[in-house]
Design a protein around this ligand. Structure first.
Ligand SMILES: Cc1cc2nc3c(=O)[nH]c(=O)nc-3n(C[C@H](O)[C@H](O)[C@H](O)COP(=O)(O)OP(=O)(O)OC[C@H]3O[C@@H](n4cnc5c(N)ncnc54)[C@H](O)[C@@H]3O)c2cc1C
Length: 336
């Protein structure tokens, strides 16, 4: 199918007061595949509509469940799947894209089951084969294999990792209209509606708010080489607007919270830039960060294994290197 004939649905996470960076990335990616429509389970705000217009989306399809299932219904993965299935049917869509969050992966799996669609979870790139089929690519097996999966079904469902592309508005902004469509929730969807939902912000003391580790475009991570003092790591992270990560050893030592753990038993990340300071590069850690686009390692051991997969290797004491880097970045930012 040619891209001009292909309709691509982008699921907007709720609450849709303002589009997240992940949503803007999805819209950018979707434009390269065909004509983009957005789907939401909650009324989009004026800010959201303006953003959608800037990204070239003319139509937002808003699901209207036939029964009031309560305020948390848009977070029901079963209902999201049923709404997307209906939207795909109404629009004749060939592709549905969702951001790769845990709930969205579940919704995508349910959607694929409902529609018989081919499914790729955690795609890092999306292309089109010579036959016109959508191809999702990703790293698997702890970052040791790159795979590409051609989806040959009429409908392709993909969840896309954060930072797959740089968000870019369309060449020309358009007017965005909202069109409702009815969804009749199944017994399953009605049985599984969340009754409460509380988002816990990560705590950073009095410091600036930092992006979520799994979605951050920049990550600064510290290892055992910090000897428990994460100040230089956090300072560089704040200069860059980055998330803070760590190795499991630091978490086990109680130097930093579990949410910061990167690796096979922690968070898997694929930021645009990963800085690893005082980290040896053990396979368990590499499995969670090897897909990063640019890897910078700071280590006082010139033979540290992390250097083998680094784009930039800095041999030095992190307590000297990181503060200097943070200072230079702040100087550059002040001049910009
Ligand atoms: C089942 C299992 C699951 C695991 N899962 C994970 C996981 O998900 N994530 C994870 O990270 N680990 C995981 N681990 C642990 C992993 O195997 C390693 O032990 C761990 O990643 C090592 O952490 P590190 O690099 O901080 O420490 P180390 O390996 O001790 O490395 C410290 C590094 O700091 C350098 N250094 C020291 N001082 C300085 C200085 N002043 N300046 C600069 N560099 C300095 C040293 O040269 C060294 O390279 C797992 C282990 C097991 C058994």
């Amino acid at each position: 199918m040619t891209s001009s004939r292909r309709t691509v649905l982008v699921h907007l996470d709720t609450p849709a007061t303002e589009l997240t960076s992940s949503a803007l990335e999805l819209l950018t990616l979707a434009r390269s595949l065909g004509r983009v429509e957005a789907v939401t389970l909650a009324s989009p705000s004026l800010t959201t509509l303006a953003q959608l217009g800037a990204y070239g989306v003319e139509l937002v399809r808003q699901a209207e469940p036939a029964e009031d299932l309560g305020p948390h219904a848009p977070h029901s993965t079963a209902l999201v799947a049923e709404a997307l299935a209906r939207a795909a049917d109404v629009s004749g869509a060939a592709v549905v894209l969702l951001a790769s969050t845990f709930p969205n992966k579940e919704s995508a799996a349910r959607l694929a089951f409902l529609t018989g669609a081919g499914l790729v979870i955690d795609a890092a790139a999306i292309g089109v084969s010579d036959e016109g089929h959508v191809v999702g690519s990703k790293r698997v097996l702890a970052g040791s294999w790159d795979t590409s999966c051609e989806i040959v079904t009429d409908l392709a469902v993909l969840t896309v990792r954060a930072n797959a592309v740089v968000p870019e508005p369309a060449e020309a902004a358009v007017e965005t209209t909202v069109e409702g469509f009815a969804v009749v929730p199944s017994t399953l969807a009605k049985a599984g509606v969340p009754t409460s939902r509380e988002v816990h912000e990560a705590e950073h003391g009095d410091g600036p708010a930092r992006p979520a580790l799994a979605e951050a475009a920049f990550v600064v991570a510290g290892g055992r080489g910090t000897f428990g003092d994460f100040t230089p790591v956090e300072d560089l992270a704040d200069a860059l607007g980055a998330a803070v990560g760590a190795t499991r050893d630091c978490v086990d030592e109680g130097w930093i919270g579990h949410d910061a753990q990167i690796g096979q038993t922690g968070v898997t990340i694929a930021p645009r830039v990963y800085v690893g300071a005082g980290i040896s590069g053990a396979p368990h850690h590499r499995g969670g960060m090897q897909a990063s686009q640019v890897i910078v390692a700071v280590n006082n051991d010139p033979d540290c294994p992390l250097f083998e997969i680094s784009d930039f290797a800095v041999v030095g004491d992190l307590h000297e290197v990181l503060p200097q880097a943070a200072e230079r970045i702040r100087e550059h930012r002040a001049q910009a």
